[in-house]
Design a protein around this ligand. Structure first.
Ligand code: ACO
Ligand code: KIV
Length: 590
């Protein structure tokens, strides 16, 4: 079944720009691996769960990835790249969960996302990939091998002929397993010899590749160059008319979005992107930027291109990914940054008051940003659960049952000390309650003494959620947070190192909520060797916490990171999944 989308039929030459109310209906073409029936439709492949997770410190647990996958399906992503199954048992298990659930769930428009996995060009990777992804209704294997001379010589230690043969054989091998949808990526295509590229791509197409993913792996290309690369591949590769061309652009020079759009303009009809642009090094092209640029300018500047993304879910997806990865979005980030719709200077404010189209090219509602208090309700200490629920809905959070009860309790505690709660305060509390990992330890009480007269001391009570047993420990430290963290370590007995600690205030004033972020690593979990230094690199875990008391906020962040780390270990052993993401991550209360 095909879903219907509304596309603005406006152009910037029209004074109203994106505010134009004229829309044209489009349907998402039915999925056929190697072709798209509408030449203007651009498939969106989201690789937040694979390339996005390659960002340092962005590790997500299995449950978090499943929740992100569900959210990506809601967003209307065509293809979810769910992982690299050969990289670890956890990844393979998580892909299986996503393939089984998200890859078989039909949404109200009849859409089921394709689930894709990445594999190197070797039989072992491809076997593991297929074994994990085959449960999806539409499974895809994306296999890759580098084609640039620099990679061939120094990394693969192989000749061009060898690489060409491996690529051809491995695409055929993936097809031979029964996978009807095989993408091939010439890694580092952006620095590869074009004649060699045409040769390799021609061979893999003959072997059954359905998508050719042109990767600017190191973010080296300029937009005109990437456009030329795409159109040259389109003109010179034998059989290219039988496959879909894709872009995969990295952001090392800050050009990932520009290059992706240039590629689409030159004939690519799949774009590989990530939420908030996270990914290896400087990240990938960001989904929200590419999709909103196509929505805003597709008609007048990109010959009518459009996507199937339901853009009103962008903000919530961005928030989830930021929370789960611990990678906060910079305030001036396009589309989803806190300042993206803020107007500070007088002339701009004057213009906005007269007509929003003067300084805004996108309506905030278009991406699901609703900061207006539509119901006119002011939230404070006398507010009830209905009012809170209604404001949460306006902010995009659908909470019910215990999740709502938990947030309500936190809300009441803050409202007792603070006159009016802003949207920012409420969002901080929701983040702390809802976007949290499986709870192994929950925070009972925290008491500290600190000052100039001696060492700080802290007493912390944690509750073990599995057995319900309360544990109390005291410690001294260089400050109250240090003392509290040491007390927690005495209880949890998990070897851990604190790598990063930061705190910011959510709103202005002395009664502001403090939001804390920590990054930790364990001593005995998932490590690898740094390619350059040879030193052991440990997988990191982030946690966030919120509270009016800065020590309590810090404790929450630390315990959340610890829970994530401990859960990561247990998930590796036996993945457990709850069908409801909001309830799956809920904290037990003392
Ligand atoms: C551009 C990208 O984003 S690529 C995807 C990057 N993602 C990841 O690397 C995921 C995390 N990686 C891992 O967990 C590990 O690297 C693994 C499990 C994939 C592989 O681990 P190991 O087998 O120990 O190999 P290691 O990573 O040290 O080296 C990579 C090997 O694969 C080879 N290789 C690299 N890319 C490819 C490819 N596309 N096809 C075939 N072989 C490849 C390298 O030449 C090297 O082989 P060598 O051992 O003969 O020198
Ligand atoms: C594996 C491919 C798609 C990749 O991530 C890259 O080349 O950057």
């Amino acid at each position: 079944m095909a879903a219907i989308f509304m596309k603005p039929a406006s152009s910037l030459s029209a004074p109203t720009s994106a505010y134009s109310s004229t829309t044209r209906k489009h349907t998402r073409p039915d999925y056929i691996p190697n072709k798209i029936s509408d030449p203007n439709y651009v498939r969106v492949l989201d690789t937040t769960l694979r390339d996005g997770e390659q960002a340092p410190g962005a590790a997500m647990t299995s449950e978090e990835k499943l929740d992100v996958a569900r959210q990506l399906a809601k967003l209307g992503v065509d293809i979810i790249e769910a992982g690299f199954p050969a990289s670890s048992k956890d990844d393979a298990e998580t892909v299986k969960l996503i393939a089984k659930e998200v890859g078989n769930t039909v949404d109200s428009d009849g859409h089921v996302p394709v689930i894709c996995v990445v594999a190197r060009c070797n039989k072992n990777d491809i076997d593991i990939a297929w074994d994990a992804v085959k449960y999806a209704k539409n499974p895809r294997i994306g296999t890759f091998i580098a084609t640039s001379d620099i990679h061939l010589k120094y990394k693969l230690n192989k000749s061009r002929d060898q690489v060409c043969a491996i690529a051809r054989e491995m695409v055929a091998y993936a097809r031979s397993l029964g996978c009807q949808d095989v993408a091939f990526t010439p890694e580092d295509a952006g620095r590869s010899d074009k004649e060699f590229l045409y040769q390799v791509l021609g061979e893999v197409i003959k072997s059954g590749a359905t998508t050719i993913n042109v990767a600017d792996t190191v973010g080296y290309n300029l937009p005109s160059e990437f456009a030329k690369l795409t159109s040259d591949i389109k003109s010179n590769t034998p059989g290219i008319e039988n496959v879909v061309i894709s872009t995969h652009c990295h952001n090392d020079l800050g050009l990932a979005t520009a290059n992706t759009l240039a590629g689409a303009n030159a004939g690519a009809r799949q774009v590989e992107v990530t939420i908030n642009g996270i990914g290896e090094r400087a990240g990938n092209a960001s989904l929200e930027e590419v999709v909103m640029a196509i929505k805003c300018r597709g008609n007048d500047q990109l010959a009518g291109l459009y996507t199937g993304i339901k853009t009103q879910h962008i903000v919530m997806t961005s928030k989830k990914v930021a929370e789960y990865t611990g990678m906060s979005v910079q305030s001036n980030k396009a589309i989803v940054g806190a300042n993206a719709f803020a107007h500070e200077s007088g002339i701009h404010q004057d213009g906005m008051l007269k007509f929003k189209g003067t300084y805004q090219i996108i309506s905030p509602e278009d991406i699901g940003l609703s900061r207006s208090n539509e119901s006119g309700i002011v939230l404070g200490r006398l507010s009830g659960k209905h009012a809170l629920k209604s404001r949460l809905l306006e902010l995009g959070y659908e909470l019910d049952g215990k999740a709502l009860d938990d947030v309500f309790l936190r809300f009441k505690a803050v409202a007792a000390k603070k006159k009016n709660l802003s949207d920012g305060d409420i969002e901080a509390l929701v983040s702390d309650e809802v976007f949290q990992p499986q709870v192994i330890w929950s925070v009972g009480h925290v008491q500290v003494t600190c000052g100039t007269l001696g060492l700080s001391t802290a007493t912390v009570k944690l509750i073990g959620v599995v057995d319900g047993v309360e544990h109390v420990a005291c410690s001294v430290g260089t400050g109250p947070v240090d003392a509290a963290y040491k007390a927690i370590n005495l209880i949890t007995k998990v070897p851990v190192a604190l790598l990063e600690y930061s705190m910011s205030s959510v709103t202005e004033g002395i009664d502001a909520i403090a939001s804390t972020r920590v990054v930790i690593h364990g001593e005995d979990v998932h490590s690898s060797s740094d390619a350059i230094t040879g030193k052991t690199v440990r997988r990191t875990f982030s946690g966030t916490g919120a509270g009016m008391d800065i020590v309590v906020s810090s404790v929450r962040a630390y315990v959340n990171a610890l829970n994530k780390m401990i859960a990561f270990k247990s998930v590796s052993a036996a993945p457990k999944v709850s069908p409801d993401p909001l309830n799956a991550h809920k904290k037990a209360k003392p």
